[in-house]
Write a protein that binds this ligand. Structure first.
Ligand SMILES: C[S@@+](CC[C@H](N)C(=O)[O-])C[C@H]1O[C@@H](n2cnc3c(N)ncnc32)[C@H](O)[C@@H]1O
Length: 367
């Protein structure tokens, strides 16, 4: 399947051309159907440029529901069985979208509140300042074994930790309220007259979190409502592939220029290194590869107890055969029935005790 492309077309048609079960992550920032009327004026009298675009207009709730159902059905078809979908919306649409997702059989993992640290004020003072949007994270079914880079998410959690604690290494579970600013400054794409190109460009930081949490290097991310191509720009930066669909050719043109300039930069976050599970290896395998010797002695630190390593990776102790985890608990007189033997057993190398965990690491490095 062709990836790293921007398709200028209607998602309702273009999604149908994508293969079944081929996408790792879908991020959708659909029309919100804002129903904005009149002109919004700031207190000092200047006009606020809200969302009043043609692409955001629908005739009725039924029309919006039909549109939502149509693209979500296709999203479900193209999503891999263990893939994830994230959809963002405001109060105008998120309840409709959530209900339709549930009706279509998506399984909701979380809803995330994006708390905007610099929201647009409510100029008229007629209701609460609307300072958040909601994201729904869902999978194709309840059984999906979706990617969740849990430890990487912890690394990204700076929302409720002071900078000094973070610098000291304090990490906390990432929660479902994210404090991020709206897109501004140099990140805002401008047209050739220097005006804001798009009324709803999302901040890169938001996409960065989602992509880091739910995908790995080389995965494919699809966005059916590309706009300024924020999703593609972040996916490329993070070493993921992208497929973008956007019906406005002008947005596609500026978006392509944006993505072309992006340079991929892989750090521990992009490679999800905190979440990569180390290779599982057995004592038996390490004996075969000469990292341990059949018949050598295993020692417990600060204890006179020794056991003999057998060819099958088990330990012989007082004429009985044990696996090393059970014997670590038994010999150490611990209450547990099993302990992680790699934390307890030592062998002698050059007449010095060395942890078998160190030897395991040497073996892993050699593979
Ligand atoms: C909320 S904006 C997405 C903004 C984008 N996330 C960004 O950061 O720039 C929705 C976009 O969907 C596009 N759009 C609306 N209906 C569409 C359709 N049926 N097919 C493809 N694009 C569509 C609009 O032109 C608009 O750019």
């Amino acid at each position: 399947m062709k990836t790293n492309i921007i398709i200028n077309g209607d998602s309702l048609l273009e999604l149908k051309k994508i293969e079944d079960s081929s996408i790792d992550l879908i991020f959708a920032d659909p029309p919100y159907w804002m129903r904005t009327t009149g002109t919004l004026q700031r207190v000092e009298g200047t006009v606020f440029n809200g969302v009043n675009d043609e692409w955001d207009k629908f005739d009725s709730l039924e029309a919006y529901e039909q549109f939502t159902t149509d693209y979500l059905k296709e999203c479900k078809r193209i999503l891999k069985k263990d893939g994830s979908i994230w959809i963002i919306g405001g109060m105008q649409c998120i309840y409709t979208i959530g209900a339709i997702m549930q009706r279509l059989g998506f399984w909701i993992i979380n809803d995330v509140v994006w708390h905007k640290t610099n929201p647009t004020p409510n100029f008229m003072g007629t209701r609460l300042n609307n300072s958040h949007e909601t994201l729904i994270w869902a999978t194709k079914s309840e059984k999906s074994k979706y990617t969740f880079n849990y430890k990487t998410a912890k690394e990204l959690n700076i929302d409720f930790i002071s900078q000094s604690d973070y610098n000291k290494g304090v990490r906390k579970q990432l929660g479902s309220v994210w404090r991020l600013s709206v897109c501004n400054g140099n990140e805002r794409i401008k047209d050739s007259d220097g005006n804001k190109l798009h009324s709803t460009q999302k901040p890169e930081e938001l996409l960065y979190r989602i992509i880091a949490i739910c995908t790995n290097l080389g995965d494919t991310v699809l966005d059916p409502f590309g706009g300024t191509m924020t999703t593609a720009a972040v996916a490329k930066k993070m070493g993921r592939n992208y497929i973008m669909i956007e019906k406005d050719s002008n947005y596609c043109k500026y978006g392509k220029e944006r993505v072309d300039k992006v340079v991929t930069n892989i750090t521990n976050i992009e490679s999800s290194s905190a979440d990569i599970k180390p290779l599982k290896v057995s004592l038996e395998e390490m004996i075969i590869n000469n990292f341990f010797i059949n018949g050598e002695l295993f020692y417990l630190k600060n204890s006179p107890i020794t056991a003999i390593l057998l060819e099958n990776g088990k330990l012989l102790y007082k004429e009985e055969v044990y696996d090393m985890h059970t014997l670590a608990a038994k010999a150490g007189n611990k209450k547990a029935l099993r302990l992680n033997g790699f934390d307890y057993w030592f062998v002698k190398r050059n007449n010095e005790l060395i942890s078998i965990d160190v030897i395991r690491q040497e073996y892993r490095n050699s593979r």
